[in-house]
Design a protein around this ligand. Sequence first.
Ligand code: ATP
Length: 233
Amino acid sequence: MLVLDKLTTHYGSSQALFGVDLRLEAGQVATLLGRNGMGKTTTINSIMGIVKPSGGSITFDGQELVGQASFKTANLGLGLVPEGRQIFPNLTMMENLIATASNHLGHPDPWTVEKVFALFPELETRISSMGNLLSGGEQQMLAIGRALMTNPKLLILDEATEGLAPLVRQKIWHALSEIAAQGMSILVVDKNLKDLLRIADRHFVIQRGRVEWQGSSAELEANDEVRQKYLGF
Ligand code: ATP
């Protein structure tokens, strides 16, 4: 579904990605792991067209993404839940939820506000609350709901549970497991690996702008060397 081939990205003269290779199959839940500053967000932002890669290719369902404008990337079916949530502070919860929704005519089973509320019942009680008055957990649920309302084929989450209480984190993971069980493909960057081992099928460890290791949850759990060397525990 998503194939990154020798992807390189620079910020000015400084190189952040040195040839990232990654393959995600439809229906998979995969993680991008690695210590701070290794290139996880840059990889995601390169996929989304937010930063422009300097070399290599990214194909999504066979279509080249490198060189595409980011709105086109979104239209092809990639939904991003960005780092820091980026909720519009002066819009209500409901306005935030529908602000970027696309109606995808002909979609067999499109996301609706009702379906998002079924996934995150907390949101339904906050319909008229302004974005900046929502709790961190509510904002995160809203950011996920907002991405789902674009009817993505692949949902990408960057640090979705950062700064959230363990109980709220569990709610987020539970919701993601639910949509994964319905067939959604998901790529996630997160530091809470323990929860992800349960949910994800595939893990990619990034070290200095390259994928240095990849494997299943069982392989990662069994591999003390990889965890200590690249993940620091
Ligand atoms: P973190 O977990 O801290 O977000 P990360 O793995 O997502 O880390 P990136 O944010 O992708 O890492 O950063 C990769 C490299 O690119 C780092 O060396 C970082 O300093 C550099 N970098 C990231 N964003 C920029 C930018 N806007 N301008 C210049 N350099 C950047």
